[in-house]
Design a protein around this ligand. Structure first.
Ligand code: UD1
Length: 384
């Protein structure tokens, strides 16, 4: 009788997790040294925020969906914890390792449950720090990294942050960026989708800007949101600006009575959230992107599309160092000036960070297998 292979459980919860986890799951399945199980917490549940991404990315259906949904931070985090713990205790096969990605509430919730169940934890996209503890994601990142036995890091600054926080050398590994693995895999399909969307929108390549906006710090206070929207309307006087709205942002615009301002701005093209391929396709031929997302700063860097980040800080400083990203906060004057400056940037001036070569998940899978093989199949015993 052959010994059972150890089980690696991969957690996803929210939109930005899917493209980061996909390549890791894909590599683990292709190499077949371990069994895998994909668990979705259900933090994001809408067709546009979740199912569409699974289709675009060709991800397998999750074997488990905890169906948690939305709620306050405490409620959402607690609900994921309760349901994940019940799942692990309900007779399911014990994983030898739990893999969490990114920095959303589901990441931290599952990290805590796994660590308390003494299941070794791996964190993909570890070590990033904005040094802004008013960001929920910063708290999620710090706590998750403290619990992780293996921290897979996208950029050099992340390695330094972990070292400073006392994370042992054997627990941190610079591997590159799995979200960029996905981008490079999907680039051709995205280009076809982008061409179709451009035709529908009547815009030509490099003649429009794209914007995403959803951070509580930008959208939850009426005066801040009004200022950012005014800045976007001014940028849209210069070139068409596509604004796919996150459900949270749409709800705030409506409840603050700001919708009429948006409709008055003729260059703004507003839509619902876009799928992965449509967005990547439109981003890759944009003249400029304005965003408060973390991942889009990285995607823009690799695509050599100048980026204006609508925040005062970034946990991804390599994007600033590569010359393609600037911080503009939420001040309308600063945003418009930064957009002007970045529109004049030569795209050849933007560099690509080390190891963002499409092979990060391969490095992670090889390291994970080595760690898991050093332990008993039930995950207990030995140092991970
Ligand atoms: C979450 C992440 C954030 C990430 C973002 C990407 C945390 C703390 N935040 O923020 O880091 O950048 O995802 O989208 O985990 N909603 C829907 N449909 C959905 C999901 C949410 O309509 O499928 C609406 C609900 O009104 C919900 C609100 O969006 O209350 C916020 O969703 P939530 O998951 O709490 O956080 P995000 O703002 O999406």
């Amino acid at each position: 009788m052959t010994a059972a292979r150890p089980l690696v459980l991969v957690v996803v919860g929210a939109r930005p997790n899917f493209m980061k986890a996909g390549p890791v799951l894909g590599q683990l399945r292709a190499r077949a040294a371990v069994d895998t199980l994909l668990l979705h917490t259900g933090q994001h549940y809408d067709e546009q925020m979740s199912a569409l991404f699974f289709r675009d990315l060709g991800l397998p259906q999750p074997e488990v969906n905890l169906g948690v949904g939305s709620g306050s931070h405490a409620r959402q985090t607690a609900e994921v914890m309760v349901r994940f713990e019940s799942y692990l205790e309900g007779g399911a096969r014990r994983p030898a390792c739990v893999v969490v990605v990114g920095d959303v509430n589901s990441t931290l919730a599952c990290a805590l449950v796994a660590a308390k169940a003494e299941i070794p934890l791996a964190h993909v996209e570890a070590g990033l720090r904005s040094f802004d503890r008013s960001m929920p994601e910063e708290l999620n990142r710090i706590c998750t990294d403290q619990l992780a036995a293996a921290c897979y890091v996208t950029e050099e600054a992340g390695m330094e942050n972990l070292r400073r926080e006392g994370q042992a050398a054997e627990r941190r590994l610079l591997v590159g960026n799995t979200m960029i693995d996905t981008l490079l895999q999907q680039r051709a399909r995205a280009a076809a989708c982008g061409a179709e969307r451009r035709r529908e929108l009547g815009v030509a390549g490099r003649s429009y800007a794209v914007c995403t906006l959803h951070r509580p710090s930008n959208v939850d206070a009426p005066a801040t949101l009004a200022g950012v929207l005014d800045a976007l309307a001014r940028v849209a006087e210069r070139l068409p600006l596509l604004l796919p709205l996150h459900p949270r942002t749409r709800a705030r615009i409506e409840s603050f009575g700001l919708a009429s301002r948006l409709h008055a701005a003729s260059g703004l093209r507003i839509s619902g959230p876009l799928g992965y391929l449509d967005f990547l396709g439109l981003l890759s031929t944009a003249a400029l992107v304005l965003t408060d997302s973390g991942g889009i700063q990285e995607e823009a860097t690799v695509l050599k599309v100048p980026c204006v980040t609508l925040r005062e800080n970034t946990e991804r400083p390599v994007t600033l160092q590569m010359g393609g990203n600037v911080l503009a906060g939420a001040d309308p004057g600063r945003i418009v000036a930064a957009a002007e400056r970045m529109l004049a940037l030569e795209s050849g001036a933007i560099g690509t960070p080390p190891l963002w070569d499409g092979r990060a998940a391969e490095r992670i899978a090889a390291d994970l297998e080595r760690r898991v093989a050093a332990r008993a199949p039930d995950g207990r015993g030995g140092a991970p």
